[in-house]
Design a binder for this molecule. Structure first.
Ligand SMILES: Cc1cc2nc3c(=O)[nH]c(=O)nc-3n(C[C@H](O)[C@H](O)[C@H](O)COP(=O)(O)OP(=O)(O)OC[C@H]3O[C@@H](n4cnc5c(N)ncnc54)[C@H](O)[C@@H]3O)c2cc1C
Length: 398
């Protein structure tokens, strides 16, 4: 099994020669750190000045990492992936548009995505960001007033004004309506993890939704960011709470996407950084989390969401010895990244999906910039993509 991710033919079978060349060129560009960081500044400035950069983005980052502008536009992408046994997690990409009208609009869109997913066998999950339904500052205000323990999950709203209490009630109603619709349609909801200073609130609302809807099946999943040094114990604690409170636990395991921001904030506030001291510590906790979840498959459903080959191998090693656990363990990578992992996992019969965002170019810019930065700052990641794309081009004689 060790060699399974090296098969570039399987990895890129779904790409035409032209698409392969384009992907190679794009990763080559992102490999230049200075270019990515300059590009990020240019994009942000151009957006402020309302310069027409959308066309350039659409032909580059957008095409690589996004499924389309509308739900309908994602259909051919999902159909293509399904031919290779790869599912899709639909992600409505509008981030951080504040205001009650926008939050209500987002709720309606998430419900539309659920209805769509229920009609498409290869879309078992949708992803949901609580900040698409709630004001960031409201989540932050509640963050130190959360209790998650064996006795229950409590959000103490005493700190809120009466208007804010109403806002919070609306957030809960939106989240619960989405999860209820998902339960009725047999679609899973993966709730994203975000910045640590709003994450307690996100954990609380997610666990309350799990308690309500994860009774007989796992509908709602929380996300555990193992780049935080406190999250392995939080995972174990969540399992304990779920047992005591009689619900099934759903978890998506990730390393975490906001490392620089988290470290900068901790330094600015002169507090202990929530981030692990180094990458090996993150890797160790990620793999321990995989082991913990796969030991407890009778009451935990897991999405192993990573591009890290060693962590994926760790999970499949464990599943090889207990094949009955394969059905409730899901793997996922972002659309446009690590096709060698996704398509080779699918080939060997594992349940694997691509996280596929959709939305207008303007809506998904924060997501695209995160992808560009991730692919330029993660040591080895772009090198590996380039190597595999290059190997496949060579194999095809391009
Ligand atoms: C399907 C899917 C869903 C996702 N959902 C979320 C989400 O809800 N929330 C979220 O925050 N992220 C999410 N991510 C992104 C994820 O957290 C990572 O940023 C990304 O996947 C890279 O990590 P990796 O495990 O793939 O690979 P790797 O390349 O092995 O790891 C890179 C990651 O390691 C960590 N790291 C790097 N250097 C250090 C260091 N010096 N010290 C400590 N840690 C370090 C960082 O988290 C970095 O992103 C998701 C990813 C996927 C694939």
């Amino acid at each position: 099994m060790k060699e399974i991710f090296k098969d570039s033919k399987q990895a890129f079978a779904y790409k035409s020669d032209g698409e392969l060349r384009k992907a190679y060129w794009l990763f080559k560009m992102m490999n230049f750190n200075w270019l990515t960081s300059m590009g990020t500044h240019v994009v942000l400035a151009a957006m402020k000045l309302r310069l027409p950069i959308q066309g350039i983005l659409k032909n580059t980052l957008y095409g690589q990492f996004v499924g389309g502008e509308t739900l309908a536009e994602t259909t051919p992408v999902a159909e293509k992936l399904a031919k290779y046994g790869v599912d899709v997690i639909l992600d409505y990409g509008a981030e951080a548009k504040e205001g009650e009208a926008n939050f209500n609009h987002a709720q309606a869109e998430f419900e539309r995505v659920i209805a769509y997913a229920s009609q498409h066998k290869s879309v078992p999950f949708i992803s949901l960001k609580i900040t698409a339904l709630a004001r960031f500052d409201l989540l932050e205000k509640l963050n130190d007033h959360i209790t998650i323990d064996r006795g229950g999950i409590v959000v103490d709203t005493a700190v809120l004004s009466s208007q804010e209490k109403q806002e919070w009630e609306n957030v809960c109603k939106r989240t619960f309506a989405i999860c209820e619709s998902a339960m009725k349609h047999y679609v899973g909801v993966l709730i994203d993890a975000e910045e640590s200073w709003i994450q307690n609130t996100i954990d609380a609302i997610t666990m309350l939704a799990m308690k309500a809807y994860n009774q007989n099946q796992v509908v709602v999943f929380n996300t555990i960011q193992l780049y935080r040094h406190d999250r392995l114990s939080f995972l174990k604690h969540s399992h304990d709470v779920a047992q005591r409170q009689n619900f099934l636990l759903g978890v998506k395991l990730v390393r975490g996407a906001y490392m620089e921001k988290e470290r900068a904030r901790a330094e600015q506030l002169n507090v202990l950084s929530p981030i692990q001291p180094n990458k090996p510590a993150t890797d160790e906790d990620f793999n321990k989390a995989v082991e913990f979840c796969l030991i407890h498959t009778e009451n935990i459903s897991t999405v192993v969401a990573t591009h890290n080959e060693a962590s994926n191998l760790r999970a499949i090693d464990l599943l090889e010895t207990e094949p009955d656990k394969v059905g409730q363990t899901f793997f996922s990578q972002l659309y446009g990244m690590s096709d060698n992992i996704t398509f080779n996992l699918a080939r060997y019969g594992f349940r694997v999906s691509k996280y596929l965002p959709y939305g207008t170019v303007g809506d998904v810019i924060p997501y695209l910039l995160r992808r560009a930065q991730e692919n330029s700052s993660v040591a080895g990641q772009t090198g590996r993509e380039l190597y595999l794309l290059g190997a496949e081009m060579k194999r095809r004689g391009l």
